[in-house]
Unconditional design. Structure first.
Length: 133
């Protein structure tokens, strides 16, 4: 497979050409060489785009993804860098899950609450239950 146009890359990767241009603009993708004024991509760009799209699906920000790529070099295995990023993201996700579970408990409590005043039913913290139960 030879060099690819931006349209071919977008089609293969399942993303818009504007996303590719934006990734280049913010230095997430290297600027490709041009032939007759048109971008010409090496097919390996598709691997990098797959990594970017997977990382985005895992809720990594574009800045975090850029840091990941900057951390990978000839002397550092991507798996070492990935583990550090995954560990940090896992902590954030676990905090979000705990918060969501707290919100769920409040909503469930509200479904059974028979308090006369709304202020009696609103918990001050995660340890406070509805006063009418």
């Amino acid at each position: 497979m030879g060099d690819l146009t931006i349209g071919e890359v977008a089609s293969e990767a399942g993303i818009k050409t504007s996303a590719i241009r934006y990734y280049e603009q913010i230095d997430l993708l290297p600027t490709p060489p041009r032939r007759s004024g048109r971008r010409q991509y090496d097919p390996t760009i598709l691997d990098r785009l797959r990594i970017i799209e997977t990382a985005k699906a895992l809720d990594f920000t574009l800045d975090e993804i850029k840091l990941f790529f900057k951390g990978v070099s000839e002397t550092s295995a991507p798996s070492e860098i990935w583990r550090a990023f995954a560990k940090a993201k896992l902590t954030v996700i676990e905090e979000r899950i705990a918060h969501a579970e707290f919100l769920r408990s409040i909503l469930k409590m509200g479904l059974t609450c028979e308090c006369l005043r709304l202020s009696d039913c609103m918990p001050a913290s995660s340890d406070t239950a509805c006063q009418s139960n």
